[in-house]
Design a protein around this ligand. Structure first.
Ligand code: FES
Length: 106
């Protein structure tokens, strides 16, 4: 299973083995990780699964579609160039080692 590291706004990090096919929001919420809510269940309609993908990984993650780009206007924390909705990023072997930073509010 690919290894994904979630880094809290506090700096605390958690490295997990993520099941292939799940999205990052599912991985985080099933672990009970603080910092990702996932209110809409992964439908790209709430922006409470906002994350910042580590800059070194941004080109390795499949790009956002137009719906995700629109929803990123509604994040509680500042939108940045590496902002993504974690429910829209599916775990693949290519993402082994991915670093994801969590915002300080959702
Ligand atoms: S869980 Fe709602 S947008 Fe991702």
């Amino acid at each position: 299973m690919p290894s994904i590291t979630f880094i809290q706004a506090s700096g605390e990090s958690r490295k997990v083995d993520a099941p292939l096919g799940q999205n990052l929001m599912q991985v985080a919420t099933e672990l009970g990780l603080q910092g990702i809510v996932g209110e809409c269940g992964g439908a790209a309609m709430c922006a409470t699964c906002h994350v910042y993908v580590d800059e070194a990984w941004i080109d390795k993650v499949p790009p956002p579609n137009s719906n995700e780009l629109s929803m990123l206007d509604f994040t509680a924390s500042d939108r940045q160039s590496n902002s993504r909705l974690s429910c829209q990023i599916r775990v693949t072997q290519a993402l082994d080692g991915l670093l994801v930073n969590l915002p300080n509010a959702q």
